[in-house]
Design a protein around this ligand. Structure first.
Ligand SMILES: *[C@@H]1O[C@H](CO)[C@@H](O)[C@H](O)[C@H]1NC(C)=O
Ligand SMILES: *[C@@H]1O[C@H](CO)[C@@H](O)[C@H](O)[C@H]1NC(C)=O
Ligand SMILES: *[C@@H]1O[C@H](CO)[C@@H](O)[C@H](O)[C@H]1NC(C)=O
Ligand SMILES: *[C@@H]1O[C@H](CO)[C@@H](O)[C@H](O)[C@H]1NC(C)=O
Ligand SMILES: *[C@@H]1O[C@H](CO)[C@@H](O)[C@H](O)[C@H]1NC(C)=O
Ligand SMILES: *[C@@H]1O[C@H](CO)[C@@H](O)[C@H](O)[C@H]1NC(C)=O
Ligand SMILES: *[C@@H]1O[C@H](CO)[C@@H](O)[C@H](O)[C@H]1NC(C)=O
Ligand SMILES: *[C@@H]1O[C@H](CO)[C@@H](O)[C@H](O)[C@H]1NC(C)=O
Ligand SMILES: *[C@@H]1O[C@H](CO)[C@@H](O)[C@H](O)[C@H]1NC(C)=O
Ligand SMILES: *[C@@H]1O[C@H](CO)[C@@H](O)[C@H](O)[C@H]1NC(C)=O
Length: 611
């Protein structure tokens, strides 16, 4: 190929710091803006290059970050009247003095949503540049990570079932990879070029305790702030059981075969946690397999924060949609809410949830349920997907056999991974995340180098939605009577105490039913008071995570020195058009001094941060 083409070497390696100071988890800063065209979604804010260009990116995917360039805006096919791609900020590699754009130009995968969207266009160009991350961390403010491995896209768009091409609005921010701090690229006769993966770099530089992350995407409209930590997690983002899976988190570059980071989805149900049911029955289950005998006992899915929808078989989307006042939009493969149907408001404003039942801990004897309130599934289609905005239900019926759960699901779920656990085989976690009522305190917990487990908070999930999801008190707009009920697998009660751990399921169901029958007056009062408060606060922007670190328990040093060469990284797919790859057989080493200015440099993120 051309002289620009580098031979990419599969080898990556792990190094450990031997520093005495215990490192703390590092909090990413989120943009104060929200993004579409199928959100609103939250994104992390970074500065990239020198001088720093401000860009918001969806956290997701392994290895590289993916950035959109100003060339997308000058392409009239992709940007006919407006440049939607500039929503999150564009990155011009040629304007950065720290970019290595002219040295390293290996091609990158086109579809950085890993099948979550049908992304087409010209392959991305790989390069390296520095990233300035953070500001919500009260201790360190920002860290400059040199030579981060990225790919830039001049011509890329999502293709919808109708064949129409829609520009993407926001790139992605890579979340690391198994046992990897650096990705090495070589070309004949040239020195090796090392690109940093952010969580691995942070650990190797002794800036965080582990090569790991903890993430909740959160919700714009329900005012659940995004949360992303490296080397730890915010424990308040976890309610109840945690499911631990061995292996890598999904979204492997360059070409995810859809077989990594899977968890078995056993069923999808509709439950009403409190109040009367807006449906003509209280619990509706078996929605995953309804109308499709080929699904069997489980459907393996991956978690893709880089993608927007619930990517499920059309049969499952249709089975869910049959219970909802929605209309299938065949052009987009999505469902729009019928806002004139009285059930629409009843469903999206009450504690009615879409419950996802997963195999827990890869065991065939346990399961874990993640409840996603329909309020979070009342998302908005905007231009360029539609000409006038429309509320939609984000089940993607055109997933082309790639099943995954994207941001729509991850609004309500916590995911995290420790890339180095189990000697770099990795573990990842899935748990129920709370609603907005978790207080302003954060409880940052450390993930240590080999930690394979994390701990939940004692927060009660139902209480975290209290006052936001208003129990429905009327008769279902459909026929038949409603019976007050508490959903079977859900920790459900109207009790607003912090923890329901002491209550049996039976007691909780009893409380739920009792209050549903007796407490309608109280509920209406609560709803009234809440709505009044909400309306008054409507103009207030989202509040930022408190800069105060409340607790950071069990902060230990980096785990025992542990070095292991591994060939992780890109599979052979990327190499097909290149010379044969050789495994890079570097010895592991521990050379990673961090210059003071990199650690201490304070960078103001252009006002685009939470106030
Ligand atoms: C503009 O985008 C379209 C659609 O992706 C692509 O086919 C075309 O080559 C692009 N034009 C230029 C000049 O890059
Ligand atoms: C970034 O990579 C280039 C090419 O390998 C190297 O010359 C440069 O020193 C690196 N920068 C830092 C800060 O490590
Ligand atoms: C990249 O990493 C390899 C392996 O540790 C090392 O030998 C090489 O010197 C590094 N290159 C640069 C430019 O730092
Ligand atoms: C039924 O499920 C299978 C996957 O098990 C899928 O390939 C097929 O498209 C589904 N059928 C429909 C109509 O969605
Ligand atoms: C309940 O509602 C569903 C969907 O809205 C409908 O298909 C079903 O026939 C209804 N059942 C009864 C008993 O009314
Ligand atoms: C989940 O586990 C509960 C309790 O063991 C069981 O009753 C239920 O049937 C399971 N659900 C699924 C979908 O397997
Ligand atoms: C549903 O979404 C629309 C915007 O698409 C919004 O105007 C409406 O308030 C939302 N309804 C609820 C109950 O959140
Ligand atoms: C809420 O739960 C606590 C125990 O956690 C119990 O003491 C209290 O009576 C409950 N309140 C209501 C209203 O049920
Ligand atoms: C939750 O716990 C805090 C502190 O432990 C306490 O002040 C508060 O009253 C509790 N809330 C409820 C609803 O019990
Ligand atoms: C990663 O590469 C940089 C140079 O690009 C080098 O300074 C650093 O030591 C490497 N990090 C590790 C952990 O090998």
């Amino acid at each position: 190929m051309t002289q620009f083409c580098l031979l990419f070497v599969l080898g990556t390696f792990v190094a450990r710091a031997f520093a005495a100071d215990p490192a703390l988890p590092f909090a990413m800063t989120w943009s104060s803006k929200s993004f579409g065209p199928d959100g609103p979604w939250q994104a992390v804010q970074i500065g990239i290059g020198t001088p720093a260009q401000q860009v918001a990116l969806y956290p997701g995917g392994t290895f590289r970050s993916h950035l959109l360039t100003p060339r997308i805006c000058s392409n009239v096919t992709l940007s006919p009247n407006a440049c939607f791609a500039s929503a999150g900020g564009l990155y011009a590699v040629e304007s950065s003095t720290t970019a290595l754009g002219t040295i390293i130009r290996f091609p990158a995968a086109t579809d950085f949503t890993h099948g979550g969207l049908q992304v087409q266009g010209t392959q991305g160009i790989g390069t390296l540049d520095q990233m300035i991350i953070g500001t919500s961390d009260g201790l360190r403010n920002t860290i400059t990570v040199p030579n981060v491995t990225i790919a830039v896209y001049d011509d890329i768009a999502a293709v919808y079932p109708s064949g129409s091409i829609k520009a993407l609005q926001v790139g992605t921010f890579g979340l690391g990879y198994l046992g990897t701090a650096n990705q090495s690229f070589t070309q004949p006769g040239q020195p090796t070029i090392n690109g940093s993966l952010i969580p691995g770099y942070l650990q190797a530089a002794n800036l965080t305790p582990s090569n790991s992350f903890g993430l909740q995407i959160g919700s714009v409209r329900s005012k659940i702030k995004g949360s992303l930590y490296f080397g730890g997690y915010d424990q308040t983002r976890i309610c109840g059981d945690i499911s631990t899976q061995q292996g890598a988190f999904a979204g492997i570059e360059p070409d995810d075969d859809g077989k990594k980071g899977l968890i078995d989805l056993l069923d999808i149900a509709i439950n009403v946690i409190d109040g009367s049911s807006p449906f003509n029955t209280s619990t509706i289950s078996n929605l995953l397999a309804t109308g499709n005998s080929s699904i069997g006992p489980a459907l393996s899915v991956s978690m893709l924060p880089e993608a927007p929808y619930l990517d499920l078989p059309k049969s499952s989307c249709d089975a869910i949609a049959a219970w909802l006042p929605v209309t299938y939009n065949a052009d987009l493969g999505l469902y729009t809410w019928n806002t004139n149907d009285p059930r629409y408001t009843q469903i999206v404003s009450s504690p009615s949830v879409l419950s996802f039942v997963f195999r827990k801990g890869q065991s065939n004897t346990q399961n874990i349920t993640i409840n996603v309130p329909f309020m979070l599934l009342n998302l908005t289609l905007e231009a360029p997907l539609v000409t006038s905005t429309a509320p939609y239900f984000p089940c993607n019926a055109q997933s082309n056999g790639r099943y995954s759960l994207g941001r729509a699901f991850l609004q309500a779920a916590f995911v995290g991974a420790n890339w180095n656990a189990n000697n770099n085989q990795g573990v990842w976690w899935l748990a129920q995340a709370p609603g907005p009522n978790i207080g302003s305190q954060i409880t940052v917990q450390t993930i240590r180098d080999q930690d394979a487990s994390i701990s939940p908070s004692s927060n009660d999930w139902a209480a975290s939605w209290k006052g936001v999801l208003v129990p429905f008190s009327g008769k279902s707009a459909s026929t038949a009577t409603t019976s007050p009920s508490a959903a079977t697998n859900t920790a459900s009660s109207l009790n607003t105490t912090n923890s329901s751990n002491g209550l049996t399921q039976g007691a909780k169901a009893g409380i739920g039913a009792g209050i549903a029958v007796c407490g309608l007056g109280i509920i209406s009062l609560c709803a009234f008071l809440y709505l009044r408060k909400y309306n008054r606060k409507n103009e207030t922007p989202l509040r930022g995570i408190s800069t105060a670190r409340t607790t950071a328990s069990s902060i230990n040093g980096v785990g025992s020195p542990h070095e292991k060469y591994r060939d992780g990284g890109y599979g052979p797919a990327e190499l097909n058009s290149h010379e044969p790859a050789e495994l890079n057989s570097h010895e592991p080493k521990n050379s990673h001094q961090i210059q003071n200015d990199q650690v201490q440099l304070v960078y103001e993120l252009g006002g685009d941060v939470y106030k």
